[in-house]
Design a protein around this ligand. Structure first.
Ligand code: NAI
Length: 288
């Protein structure tokens, strides 16, 4: 299938890679040449790890990468049958991209957004084909994580959902289907759990290590909620909680004071080397 991916950042390069791994022909577009260069390098490193474990060769890596072309020009997506958008999480940026895609792509092309929480209905409404627009919420890193949440907007047709679930199946993903709503399913359940762990910590009920140990060993999660918060980024979590609270007015999404304090102090988790845990190279393993 002729697949397009727009946005070559954290998610876009992984999504392009997984399509190429499953023999789709991919065009990866970004507005930044540097992002495209980084994407190429990230994919090569990722393929080395994944193919290395499968006994595949450098030639296999080269063959997979050869299925992807890189471009700065969105017009190159004009012959694509399926396009996944993975640009920044800002509504105005996504709307502009979808208007352009709608104008240049074939009428029958399906357009998907990888948004984590913006309205699929609103994105779809910026096109003349809202029935062919859908959310495909991949998880990070896309080549490894099995799940895609398929999110329907108000106008998304059943044929689109069926086709998109099949496309996801063709790249080895499992899908679930949900209607457009704040944070969809996984993060809607995950975020309050992570928040609750922060409340337990700020109430002084247990040490951070014991809270994480409790959830890892008591519920078979691979990483404790406070270490997970550091991994996601505490600023991202704060933004998500505030958005959820605003959208739903539900106090279960209230923000723990400790989260605000850490963000104000610039302790954002792994990316700044300090959040609930400290991330000197030697200590990193211990926290997760
Ligand atoms: P990112 O910031 O790593 O990458 C975004 C890329 O889009 C950048 O390379 C940027 O140059 C490019 N871009 C921005 N505007 C563009 C335009 N008009 N045309 C072409 N390229 C453009 O972002 P990330 O983290 O990959 O997120 C992308 C989407 O995926 C967002 O909607 C985000 O909410 C969603 N998402 C992110 C996850 C994550 O763990 N990072 C997980 C699941 C979904």
């Amino acid at each position: 299938m002729k697949v397009g991916v727009i946005g070559a950042g954290t998610m876009g390069n992984g999504i392009a890679q997984v399509f190429a791994q499953h023999d789709h022909e991919v065009v990866l577009c970004d507005q930044s040449g540097e992002a495209l260069e980084r994407a190429k390098q990230t994919m090569e490193n990722s393929l080395k790890r994944i193919y290395g474990k499968q006994g595949k060769t450098d030639q296999d890596i080269a063959d997979t990468l050869a299925k992807i072309s890189f471009t700065l020009d969105i017009e190159t997506l004009s012959d694509r049958e399926f396009v996944v958008e993975a640009v920044a999480e800002k509504m105005e940026v996504k709307l502009e991209v979808f208007r352009k895609l709608d104008a240049i792509c074939p009428d029958e092309a399906l357009l998907a957004t990888n948004t984590s929480g913006l309205s699929v209905t609103e994105i779809a409404a910026s096109t003349g084909r809202p029935d062919k627009v859908v959310g495909t919420h991949f998880f990070n890193p896309p080549p490894i994580m099995k799940l895609v949440e398929v999110v329907t907007g108000e106008e998304t047709s059943e044929e689109t959902v069926k086709a998109v679930r099949e496309i996801c199946g063709s790249i080895g993903k499992e899908t679930i289907q949900t209607v457009d709503s704040p944070l969809f399913i996984v993060n809607r359940i995950l975020v309050p759990m992570v928040n609750e762990a922060m409340f337990v910590y700020q109430e002084g009920l247990a040490s951070k290590e014991d809270i994480d140990k409790a959830m890892k060993l008591g519920t078979s999660q691979p990483i404790g909620p406070l270490a997970l918060a550091d991994l996601i980024g505490l600023d991202t979590l704060l933004f998500v909680c505030e958005t959820l609270l605003e959208e739903t007015g539900d106090s279960k999404y209230r923000v723990p004071q400790i989260l605000r304090k850490k963000v104000r102090a610039g302790h954002l988790g792994r990316k700044t080397g300090r959040g609930f845990y400290e991330y000197e190279p030697a200590k990193e393993k211990q926290a997760s």
